[in-house]
Unconditional design. Structure first.
Length: 470
């Protein structure tokens, strides 16, 4: 067998293993293929670029970012020199490089690289080519992580439409588009729209890829997050556990996917007041992200914020404040002031100061959090309702009943519309509003709200008998 043919077969076998997430075995074959191609064809040959690109993807998927970046950059240079700057293969390298920057939180670099790739592909292949869908999805992901949901939605929808037109219904790429659109709706608070898309994506992925594939774990994780946002902790926990097991076994114990799964599992535990299980999971996730992405990565900020919440819940206010402030500093350095996740930290700081009866410090943080969430998420998002409800409680505790009532009413209306009239967050609004009505001697109105809250809670308990949120 001639050497180039041996390299081709090694590359094909390596790709087969990569697709099935057998990274160690794939790396061995692809490293051999690369060495043969460099020796026989020269270091600037297009087949060398192909090997470099696939090997870089293996490193990327294992969170080995410096190794991946070196290979992606070298592959891009070879393709530009051999094919010119407007060839579709150059766009493929740009897409992969953007994926790497995205994983490291380098969002300004991601957008410029993806826009260049999209322009190349649309001009070279036409606006409805399958490769265009991939770049549209990637650009949608960028806008989503920045909280730009209105910009992300049409990109995801366009990508899904292209794939459904070209591919068979059970193709994994259709599952990816469904998953991305569902994920967007989940973060946007459109939970009813998200769930059937996740379920359809999960069915496709399990059938096409097998039960232990990382893409299956991704959909399991995302579906768990959807249930978490709806306070359905009993449904969320087994999905997170299954996703975490797959990620640890298939892609390794110190990767992005493992860290984010640990973080979410920890949040599930501390939302149920199980702090002893939550804290070590967050500490492990923090170590993983600091090792793989650096101590100033936005993902580190999210972990710090969650650790702050644990300490706040245990009345360890000095520790909580320190973690919140460090988290806030990292986010502002990464995105500038006003990023939508900043609203969450400001909200938490307001809660912290309110619990210590530092009302003059708390109120401006509530107001800033509300302004950011309304601007970035829209005035009818469930997170806006959370801030409204807590700000109302803040005013009630100070005897400012008129201000509190207007906010309670608005929070209740948002939750009923966004989450449905029988959601546990609606129960919270009804009970908090009833407490205010009692303070203002409106017993009959308070009783009506409490009766409705009790009925919702009883109905929920029948459907979710093991849910500790009850």
């Amino acid at each position: 067998m001639k050497f180039p043919e041996a390299a081709r077969l090694l590359h094909q076998a390596g790709y087969y293993l990569f697709e099935r997430a057998h990274y160690v075995e794939a790396e061995l074959l692809l490293t051999r293929a690369l060495a043969i191609r460099e020796q026989v064809l020269g270091s600037e040959h297009l087949d060398v670029a192909q090997s470099l690109n696939l090997l870089a993807n293996i490193y990327h998927d294992q969170s080995k970012y410096p190794k991946a970046e070196t290979l992606f950059a070298r592959s891009l240079t070879i393709r530009e020199q051999n094919l010119g700057p407007k060839h579709p293969d150059v766009a493929q390298s740009l897409n992969d490089l953007a994926k790497l920057y995205y994983a490291q939180g380098k969002y300004a670099q991601v957008e410029s690289v993806l826009q260049r790739a999209l322009t190349i592909l649309e001009q070279a292949l036409g606006p409805e080519h399958i490769d265009v869908a991939r770049t549209l999805n990637a650009l949608g992901s960028l806008y989503q992580v920045q909280g730009k949901y209105v910009q992300a939605e049409p990109l995801y929808q366009q990508a899904l439409a292209i794939r459904e037109k070209i591919l068979r219904p059970e193709h994994p790429d259709i599952a990816q588009s469904l998953n991305k659109l569902a994920e967007l709706y989940c973060f946007w608070g459109k939970y009813i729209q998200a769930e059937p898309l996740f379920q359809r994506a999960l069915i496709i992925r399990e059938q096409a890829l097998g039960l232990e594939h990382p893409d299956v774990a991704t959909t399991l994780y995302d579906l768990a997050v959807l249930y978490y946002y709806q306070d359905q902790y009993g449904q969320a926990e087994p999905l997170i556990q299954r996703a975490l097991t797959i990620f640890e076994q298939i892609i390794g114990p110190e990767t992005y996917e493992v860290a984010i799964s640990l973080n979410t599992l920890a949040v599930l535990y501390y939302k149920q007041d199980n702090y002893t299980q939550a804290e070590p999971l967050l500490q492990r996730a923090l170590l993983i992200w600091e090792r793989t992405s650096g101590s100033e990565h936005p993902n580190v900020a999210y972990i710090l914020n969650n650790l702050g919440e644990i300490y706040y819940k245990q009345s360890k206010y000095d520790q909580a404040e320190s973690f919140y402030q460090r988290s806030l500093t990292i986010l502002r350095q990464a995105y500038g002031p006003g990023y939508y996740e900043e609203g969450r930290i400001l909200h938490n700081l307001a809660e912290l100061y309110s619990a210590q009866r530092k009302f003059d410090q708390a109120e401006p943080f509530y107001q800033q959090a509300l302004a950011i969430r309304e601007k970035e998420l829209g005035p009818k998002h469930p997170e806006v309702a959370n801030t409204l409800n807590n700000l109302a409680r803040f005013y009630k505790d100070q005897g400012k009943y008129a201000e509190a009532e207007a906010l309670y009413q608005r929070a209740l209306s948002i939750r009923e519309q966004a989450l449905g009239p029988e959601h546990l967050k609606v129960v919270q609004s009804l009970e908090d509003y009833a407490a205010l009505l009692r303070k203002t001697n409106r017993e009959d109105e308070a009783i009506k709200m409490e009766v409705r809250a009790d009925a919702i809670r009883a109905k929920y308990a029948q459907k979710n008998p093991t849910d500790s949120e009850l």
